[in-house]
Ligand binder design. Structure first.
Ligand SMILES: Cc1cc2nc3c(=O)[nH]c(=O)nc-3n(C[C@H](O)[C@H](O)[C@H](O)COP(=O)(O)OP(=O)(O)OC[C@H]3O[C@@H](n4cnc5c(N)ncnc54)[C@H](O)[C@@H]3O)c2cc1C
Length: 305
């Protein structure tokens, strides 16, 4: 298992923002994952889970304690004709292509989502009208409070829009079983290509970002539309900016800090509230040391939070 001390985390996030973790561990197997968590709990050292870092704002002031990055847990296998099991660290585009290679359909929506299976289960990742909830049969979870591996079925996970019931403080996704359906190779490939092309046209590919900043507050009023209508396309806070291409994307212009990003998010949230009386909930998760003011946008209680 890779182990680093005083490891800068920016390179492990798609936003390229983040200070040092006191320690970073990268388990490759379930046994390594459990052994490191057990070790850290024995010495009462706080730990946090990082997947692909594609939906995450890591503090530029760093993270106290240890970060356990599950992105190197890479097993993937076909258990049955339509059933695939993928470990937490498997990248979503790789998973989509693996299934395509077996003529299995259902995962084409994942091609442009740069996260891992663990993060996608936690976040109920979705796009193009599909989401993880439709495919997950069950997830294998290391439950720290019970100190054992448990299987959570789709019902146990109670998926909702960009949410599951996984307790981020005490449950770690080890792997997931996904139910797919038979498909035609040419049709699967065509869907993958169409999804990729759509993203190239609609998302700021050239700049580091962490995907959608806010969840859509209402099905027919997207967060991007509201931010755009608030006149914020191109608005900057330090080196963080609202993308000109898609107003729900915050981009890093080069040397953005987490303070730049939180100030911008606060401004986006407040501006939309002033214009529409809608409080948007951030989709991004945070990791590390933030001030109470920086975390204000995450404190809002909204119906879908
Ligand atoms: C360009 C771009 C496009 C995107 N498009 C989409 C999209 O279309 N749809 C969509 O839903 N999302 C999208 N995202 C957001 C993101 O990719 C997804 O939310 C993804 O599922 C996050 O996975 P991750 O592994 O990167 O999680 P991370 O960002 O590493 O973590 C997210 C949360 O999950 C927790 N976590 C991660 N792994 C585990 C684990 N193994 N066990 C327990 N907890 C864990 C973390 O602690 C954190 O709280 C996009 C992001 C980018 C950068």
């Amino acid at each position: 298992m890779e182990e680093h001390t005083h490891e800068p985390l920016a390179r492990y996030t798609t936003l390229r923002i983040g200070g040092e973790a006191q320690r970073l561990f990268q388990p490759k197997t379930t046994e390594e994952l459990i052994s490191i968590i057990t070790r850290l709990d024995q010495i009462s050292e706080p730990w946090h889970i990082l997947g692909g870092g594609s939906n995450l704002l890591v503090s530029s002031s760093g993270v106290k304690g240890s970060v356990i990055r599950t992105a190197q847990m890479l097993d993937i296998k076909q258990l049955d004709t339509y059933l695939i099991e993928a470990s937490a660290g498997v990248r979503l585009p790789h998973l989509a292509r693996f299934a395509a290679g077996l003529n299995l359909s259902g995962l084409e929506f994942l091609v442009g989502i740069p996260g891992t299976v663990g993060g996608a289960v936690v976040m109920n990742a979705g796009a193009h009208g599909s989401c993880m909830a439709e495919l997950v049969e069950s997830a294998l979870i290391y439950d720290v409070k019970q100190n054992k591996l448990i299987t959570m079925t789709k019902d146990d996970l109670s998926f909702s829009y960009r949410k599951s019931t996984i307790d981020l403080g005490s449950q770690v996704v080890v792997s997931a079983r996904l139910n797919l359906r038979a498909g035609k190779q040419s049709e699967i490939e065509a869907k993958i290509k169409a999804n990729e092309e759509y993203r190239l046209k609609t998302q700021p590919i050239g700049f580091p970002n962490a995907g959608s900043t806010f969840v859509n507050p209402e099905p027919n009023r997207s967060a991007g539309y509201l931010v755009e209508q608030a006149g914020l396309k191109g608005f900057t806070s330090g080196q963080a900016a609202v993308s000109q291409l898609h107003a729900n994307f915050v981009i890093n212009l080069g040397n953005a800090t987490s303070t730049d990003a939180t100030a911008l998010i606060r401004h986006m949230q407040n501006s939309v509230y002033e214009k529409f009386s809608i409080k948007m909930r951030p989709e991004w998760k945070t990791l590390g040391e933030f001030t109470a003011e920086e975390l204000e946008p995450w404190k809002v209680k909204v119906p879908n939070s």
